[in-house]
Design a protein around this ligand. Structure first.
Ligand code: NAP
Length: 593
């Protein structure tokens, strides 16, 4: 089989090289890759990623991710010197910010309302303005002089304030204390919350007392109660806003709660962080993703908070300015948004298949005989509705979805060959389809498993998988089906981030492409050997409805047939070059015609 210069067979073009991490992304030695091998690629340059999603993929909206910047390494802790010559070991960020060209420049933008009273737009769902606030606002000069450092206690522990002794405040306090922070928990009634705060390792204080402890304040109070906090004392502080927002509560301005907070306290440095973690996972140890999106208009404050995130052994992801909070604070409320396309597609296919089998197996004979005298409905066909209709609809949906996982890769290859470049964007429908493949793959596995379970349970009774007339075809088709399911399972497991992380780029692309194509081939053989007779012969019935086998096999065969020309060495070579960045420049474009 022909191989391209990257050493990857042309068979793997179902996931073109540019949609998988390039060999340059892969480690030089067969060590674990530093990035998950299935890192999605920009859809504009080629079919992205694999048929399966990985749980470790960023959960952040693409529009937010476009603000991504790399977080530079911070200087060693303890660089600062206190005024009295006392060693202060503060986490000083100003110096590191200067030496961090990759970080955004201090992009602190003042909204229109910030220049004035700090009031927010009328009509927003923000808490009422606190008159104390206007009395205590420092000048903007005072703000620029404000330190962006965590003070230390006598034992060298960094001091931080958490306002609110609720579930989240206490869970975060526990984690901070474990990371050797000294946490002052500000509460409306410290005596009432004393036992639970002390159990978490924090010091229960009033709001005013707590706010004197540190310049960094985590606001762990439900957003709607922000107005009852001493906002004036929050001026000039670095406020970590952990609040979440249900999209239903979005106001007409579209601004995030963090932006509202920034508008209300213009001299504060508001940083959105920690909101994607739940109190439950914080207190019990995080087993899933450790990514914590951090965004702020103040790069120094953002960097300081990122450092705190790192201290908690979590991974900060810089999502740019505070406007990103609009999406970040809605992340916990997302509900299978990325699955929509796959689920809708698979439901439509399943329903279509079910209706067709229902007509063919149960309804048609009744409809055709309706005109006959003494007609009565024959309900006997409905006995086998689970095996004949549900199971076969799952089978049909499964193989169709499998073909739909691989067909867009083939179409993308043809588009790239015709255009002579991988740098032109695909149409939107194609883009959606390519991105949806991951979930389509999982749904394929789901349907195949239901089909296998149902058929197996029926075969346990009197009805077997096949009778004597099948001869060698019987065991062959069952074996093909079994191997299809087995390999589809392998493909799914290989997509899990923990498994994928233990594979080299080449191993990963081998499983995702070659094994994937093998599954499609085996699944097609499963159908062909089972329905040998009825496949080619005119097997239309009931107003020319095709049989389930005919329905099932169409798309897989089309995909396989379209794939064949791409396997030819000359075509493979051109495609590989295009996917490595070569662009075929037309004479017209050179002459400017
Ligand atoms: P919670 O359990 O209801 O606790 C909130 C705390 O805020 C209360 O214990 C209370 O502390 C204080 N509080 C309540 N009403 C107040 C008022 N009128 N004025 C001043 N303080 C008041 O809420 P939570 O679950 O901890 O959530 C806190 C914040 O974290 C929210 O913004 C939420 O969106 C965010 N968050 C929560 C989770 C989670 O898993 N729970 C996850 C991510 C983000 P005192 O009695 O000590 O004053």
């Amino acid at each position: 089989m022909a191989t391209n210069p990257t050493g990857i067979s042309i068979m793997e073009n179902i996931i073109p090289p540019d949609s998988l991490p390039s060999p340059s992304d892969a480690p030089a030695s067969p060590q674990l890759p530093s990035v998950p091998p299935n890192t999605p690629s920009p859809s504009s340059s080629g079919p992205p990623s694999t048929p399966y999603p990985t749980l470790g993929q960023p959960r952040f909206p693409s529009s937010a991710l476009k603000h991504d910047v790399t977080m530079p390494d911070l200087p060693e802790k303890g660089e600062g010197e206190s005024e009295g010559g006392q060693r202060q070991s503060q986490v000083s960020l100003s110096a590191s910010a200067k030496s961090a060209p990759l970080l955004q420049k201090n992009s602190r933008k003042r909204g229109p309302s910030e220049s004035g009273s700090g009031r927010i737009d009328p009509g927003t769902a923000f808490p009422p303005y606190d008159p104390r606030f206007s009395l205590s606002l420092p000048s903007s000069q005072a703000l620029s002089a404000a330190p962006c450092q965590l003070p230390l206690d006598d034992n060298g522990r960094k001091k931080i304030v958490v306002l609110g002794s609720g579930d989240f405040g206490l869970a975060l306090t526990t984690r901070l204390v474990q990371a050797n922070y000294r946490v002052a928990v500000g509460s409306r009634d410290p005596d009432r919350s004393r036992s639970k705060v002390e159990a978490a390792g924090g010091s229960p204080l009033t709001h005013a007392e707590a706010l004197r402890e540190s310049v960094v304040v985590v606001l762990a109070v439900p957003f709607q109660h922000t107005g009852s906090l001493p906002l004036g004392s929050l001026a000039n502080k670095i406020i970590v806003d952990v609040s979440n927002r249900n999209p239903k509560d979005r106001d007409s301005s579209g601004r995030s709660q963090a932006e509202h907070l920034q508008n209300l306290i213009p001299t504060a440095r508001v940083v959105k962080a920690f909101n994607v973690l739940s109190a439950y996972t914080l207190s019990r140890g995080i087993r899933g993703s450790k990514e914590v999106p951090v965004c702020s208009d103040d790069s120094e404050a953002k960097q300081l908070v990122s450092e705190i995130v790192k201290d908690l052994r979590l991974d900060p992801t810089d999502l740019g300015g505070l406007h990103s909070a609009r999406e970040v604070e809605e992340i916990p409320f997302q509900f299978f948004t990325e699955w929509k396309f796959g689920v809708i597609l698979s439901t439509i296919i399943w329903c279509l298949m079910f209706i067709i089998t229902l007509f063919r197996s149960q309804l048609c004979s009744n409809l055709e005989n309706m005109q006959k005298p003494n007609f009565t409905w024959d309900w006997s066909g409905f006995d086998g509705i689970v095996r004949d209709n549900v199971s076969s609809s799952c089978a049909g949906t499964s193989i169709t979805l499998l073909a739909l996982c691989y067909l867009p890769g083939v179409i993308a290859a043809y588009i790239q060959l015709v255009r002579g470049t991988k740098y032109s964007a695909f149409p939107l429908w194609m883009d959606t389809w390519l991105k949806g493949r991951k979930h389509i793959g999982i749904l394929m596995l789901w349907n195949a498993a239901i089909h296998a379970i149902l058929n197996l349970s029926y075969s346990m009774g009197s009805v077997g998988f096949y009778d004597d007339t099948y001869s060698w075809r019987g065991p062959t088709y069952v074996a093909c089906g079994g191997f299809t399911l087995l390999l589809a399972g392998v493909l799914g497991v290989a997509s899990l981030p923990s498994v994928a992380a233990s594979m080299t780029w080449r191993e990963f692309s081998f499983v995702q492409s070659r094994v994937g194509w093998l599954i499609l081939l085996l699944a097609s053989c499963h159908v062909i050997f089972n329905f040998w007779d009825g496949l080619i012969k005119n097997h239309f019935a009931c107003y020319f409805l095709p049989s389930m086998a005919q329905l099932c096999i169409m798309l897989p065969l089309l995909t396989l047939v379209l794939k064949l020309p791409l396997l030819m060495p000359c075509v493979d070579r051109s495609l590989t070059r295009i996917r490595q960045g070569y662009e075929r420049v037309s004479v017209n474009s050179l002459t400017g015609v």
